[in-house]
Ligand binder design. Structure first.
Ligand code: AMP
Length: 275
């Protein structure tokens, strides 16, 4: 991979990179198209990263279908697809991890304590392997995008990080490889995540500012579905992810909910009414 990227760099071509865990959908493809537009060459990786899954999470059952993924990537046209094995990325004796001090102690990091260490470590490694000029990450995983932005600044990585907008199903459900776990009867429960975000955004546009009230309303709407178990619903500062009480500037509303056994996340930016 490094030799391939060195070749591109020697030829004066810029490299755009989209790391994924595979089982691709339109959300991933939109990031690839964005990278294609912004760079001369596109490299995609598929790696289900064991380091970011905790005990009892879905590493073993995470959906995988390389042939289907390759056909989808071909519709965008990548210059390379990098699919390393776990034993190559984490050989025996591996003991160097990258972890952030503060950002992981919010939102998803609270219930997934090893997640961001795993993400920061593998992304650092993938960056050294692929040597991209720019990399594209989805706003669907908002906290992850902030962690990567911070990581790149803090460690002086010479890589431009670009965020891509959330791609949704026609009914509004944020696309996710994990949506394949949902059975049709769970769809209304899963949809309540996006609906409650849209409702909160409308309330804020209409002039409401108290975060606690909006969070309570979203929690009630989501909990009305028996299948749903809320991990968190949070309104927070879009950069620090610290909770906020009163919405005076654009704020992030983010949530994580288990629908049956499937953990889904989603988020929206709440834009206050212009006075
Ligand atoms: P994953 O394969 O789930 O690790 O995701 C790989 C990349 O695709 C990450 O940067 C995600 O944020 C992004 N992504 C996943 N789902 C979506 C979506 N629905 N819209 C936009 N980007 C997404």
């Amino acid at each position: 991979m490094q030799a391939f990227s060195d070749g591109l760099r020697k030829a004066g071509r810029t490299i755009g990179f989209v790391p994924t865990m595979g089982f691709l959908h339109e959300g991933h493809l939109s990031l690839m198209r964005l990278a294609r537009q912004k760079a001369d060459a596109l490299v995609v990786s598929i790696f289900v990263n064991p380091a970011q899954f905790g005990p009892g999470e879905d590493f073993a059952t995470y959906p995988r279908d390389l042939e289907r993924d390759m056909a989808l990537i071909a519709t965008v046209g990548a210059d390379a697809l990098f699919t390393p094995e776990a034993a190559e990325i984490y050989p025996r004796g591996f003991e160097t991890y990258v972890s952030l001090e503060t950002l992981p102690h919010h939102l998803c990091g609270l219930s997934r304590p090893v997640f961001f260490r795993g993400v920061a470590t593998v992304v650092t490694k993938l960056f050294h392997l692929v040597k991209p000029h720019l990399a594209v990450f989805g706003e669907k995983d908002y906290q992850q995008l902030q962690v990567i932005r911070r990581l790149v600044r803090d460690l002086n990585m010479d890589i431009t990080i670009i965020g891509g907008p959330i791609v949704r199903e026609p009914d509004g459900l944020a696309m996710s490889s994990r949506n394949s776990y949902l059975v049709p009867e769970q769809r209304p429960a899963a949809l309540s995540l996006y609906k409650s975000l849209v409702q909160a955004a409308a309330s804020v546009r209409a002039g409401r500012t108290r975060a606690a009230d909006l969070v309570a309303e979203a929690r009630a709407a989501i909990s009305a579905h028996d299948q749903n178990r809320i991990d968190y619903v949070s309104i927070c500062d879009p950069l620090t992810l610290d909770p906020i009480e009163s919405i005076q500037d654009p704020a992030l509303m983010a949530l994580a909910v288990k629908v049956g056994t499937t953990r889904l996340i989603d988020n929206i930016i709440l834009e206050p009414a212009v006075l």
